[in-house]
Design a protein. Structure first.
Length: 436
């Protein structure tokens, strides 16, 4: 409030602001502060309510996992079918490959994809080297045959000579025997001296020795001639085998279809020179197909020839039998072959992809559960059994498995609910809390 002037009448008196001042109500501000405090207290209480269970879970070794990310399944007892699912390709059961019997250039008479009949000419290999070798060996064979014919004539001639010597010795022996008989008679009559009598006896003994030696010598000569002739015959036969083989190889220069089928592959281009034993043409028999499949090596001791299989070709299926399995594992896979048990599906093509299911086992009353990622994640030894909003780790022993189920040998009972999805986020915790 401004005081009024006392001595100066020129000064005008001013009105103060006192009439304009009004006291304010402190209630609204206090109420806003109270509301903020109350909201903060509620938030702290809610945070504490959430934090306390989490802290309790951490203290108990639990992990919190969103239930929406998990897949559960119930353990049941029933019929269990163990099978192996594999991918395969259709291959011809009979697909012979013709090879070049000698180096040469190829001239085809057919094209890939053409149908052919058994015995049809498919191509010719021009091999001057082989044909020249065959001509030389054939000439050698003719020379040996001529030599053998000459040896056979000589053999017959020498046999006659030996026979003549043997017969001559026999005649001389008979003459000596007659002379001895006359000498004996004359000596008995006193008409022959002792000297002449002894001389006749010596002549008889000499004739006997000569006859015996002549027979033995002729026999040895005959054996020697037969051995020489046999040697010539063996030389001729050996050369004949060489010529027969070369003749076969020359004839094989003409490539003929071994079966009725379709020309599958022309290994080299027209008029290209190929090496001996190189593949030239493959003929595919489309009347009989098989399926070649691959399976993980974990089934190497399970799969056996003779097992039943089912082959799926698109929406169709056919029964089959496993007929062969590779004896070795390559790149973690085993290779097998399945043959159709009955009529094969229509319109099959070489290298067509199909699905193969091999039946390993089928039993009733087996404890089983839906197959999931928990089998691989836990190594088949761990599962999480669910009770309410908790899941507890239990040790299990799994048996055979199929595409959709796995056998449980120990650790669980019928009616148990377990987590069958991946366990990668559980970090082997003994207990897991399922959050919603």
């Amino acid at each position: 409030m401004i005081p009024a002037p006392r001595d100066n009448p020129q000064v005008t008196t001013l009105r103060g602001t006192t009439p304009q001042d009004r006291p304010l109500d402190p209630g609204p501000g206090r109420r806003r502060r109270q509301r903020r405090i109350a909201l903060a207290a509620v938030a702290l209480a809610a945070l504490a309510a959430l934090a306390v269970p989490a802290l309790r879970s951490l203290s108990n070794g639990e992990r919190a996992v969103p239930a929406a990310q998990l897949r559960l399944a119930t353990v049941s007892r029933g019929r269990f079918v163990s099978e192996v699912s594999a991918q395969g390709v259709v291959v011809a059961a009979l697909s012979p490959t013709l090879v070049a019997t000698a180096a040469g250039s190829v001239a085809y008479r057919v094209r890939a994809g053409e149908p052919v009949r058994k015995g049809q000419l498919l191509g010719v290999i021009d091999s001057p080297e082989l044909e020249n070798e065959y001509s030389k060996e054939k000439a050698s064979l003719e020379s040996l045959e001529a030599t053998l014919s000459r040896e056979q004539l000589d053999y017959r001639r020498k046999l006659l000579t030996n026979r003549e010597s043997r017969d001559q010795a026999a005649i001389e022996l008979k003459a000596a025997e007659r002379e001895w008989q006359r000498a004996e008679w004359a000596f008995g009559q006193g008409a022959m001296s002792q000297r002449d009598h002894d001389k006749a006896g010596d002549a008889l003994e000499a004739a006997r020795i000569k006859s015996r030696h002549s027979a033995d010598s002729a026999a040895l000569e005959d054996d020697s001639l037969a051995l020489e002739l046999r040697t010539r015959q063996l030389d001729r036969d050996r050369q004949r085998l060489v010529c027969d083989e070369l003749k076969r190889r020359v004839a094989a220069l003409e490539l003929h279809a071994p079966v009725d089928g379709i020309v599958g592959t022309l290994a080299v281009a027209e008029r290209t020179r190929v090496a001996a034993q190189a593949a030239v043409i493959t003929v595919v028999d489309p009347s009989v197909y098989e399926v070649e499949f691959t399976a993980p090596d974990v089934y190497a001791g399970t799969l056996k020839p003779g097992m039943r299989a089912e082959i799926f070709v698109g929406s169709d299926s056919a029964q089959a039998t496993v007929v062969a399995l590779s004896p070795e594992v390559r790149q973690g896979q085993i290779v097998g072959r399945a043959r159709f048990a009955g009529a094969q599906p229509a319109a099959l093509s070489q290298n067509q992809r199909v699905t193969v299911r091999v039946l390993i086992d089928a039993r009733d009353g087996v404890l089983k559960v839906e197959r999931g990622a928990f089998v691989e994640a836990g190594g088949g030894r761990v599962a999480y059994r669910v009770s309410g909003d908790r899941a507890e780790r239990v040790a299990v022993h799994l048996g055979n498995s199929s595409a959709g189920e796995v056998e449980i040998l120990d650790g669980l009972a019928a009616g148990d609910s377990i987590i069958v999805s991946s366990l990668s986020g559980f970090e082997d915790a003994p207990r897991v809390r399922l959050t919603h």
